[in-house]
Design a protein around this ligand. Sequence first.
Ligand code: KIV
Ligand code: NA
Length: 281
Amino acid sequence: RRRLTITDLRKMKVAGEKIAMVTAYDAAMARLVDEGGADAVLVGDSLGMVFQGHDSTLPVALEHMIYHAAAVRRGLARSAGRAHLTVDMPFGSYQAGADDAVRSAMRLAAEGGAEAVKLEGGADYADVIRRIVRAGVPVMGHIGLTPQSVHRMGGYVVQGKDSEKARRLLDDARAVEAAGCSAIVLECIPAELARVITGELSIPTIGIGAGPHCDGQVLVVNDLLGLDGAFKPKFVKRYAEQGASTAGAVSAYAAEVKQGSFPAEEHSFHSKTLRLVHASE
Ligand code: KIV
Ligand code: NA
């Protein structure tokens, strides 16, 4: 068994074979996602929202990404799958300059076990991308809705809906490919624009809220599993209702503990030789 590389993902685009990417933030989930047949795992900075409970990805630190990436790396090492591992560069770890960005990317690769890093931004980040790639770490681009720029975008809104903004996103996609990106995430843009970008680029496009014409798709694993019953944006499809089933399981457990029916005989240990001796004897 061999793990997929960035080269394999590119070959899949050429062959017209779709790429299935899913996020994971811990070892157990990484193993399940890998053995479920995902081609690629992303340790997304979405963990700021779904794991840490923040309402944006801005508070996520490089140390947090390294911690989660290393856990996912260990989970993948114990699994029978072949998924490629990409790790997000969090807010503040690459925007201040290329030297900073190279150091952050190298830590994600060395300490987190990332096989590629992903960063948000278009033509403005060409130099940063070039420098990280030159240091030996493959880079995945990310354009369209870029959650680390939520305040500049004025919310989590679909990007590139008019022709001028769509043209700018196409230019950004070309710029990050020219800078050396190995793949690019297209988030929340019209399907028509994602189709054009996918046709123009020779690197794979991975869509989320970007329609069916991308070379691959990515979903946040919590969304795919339906872990948060209240969160159902248009671009998410739930393949399970694990939020409801988890709450149901805990409520059955709590009821049995209160009734005294758990633990039962089969869950209990016994000793025939045990003699309880009082300290005073
Ligand atoms: O952080 C994340 O999970 C992501 C994907 C949704 C693309 O960036
Ligand atoms: Na992200």
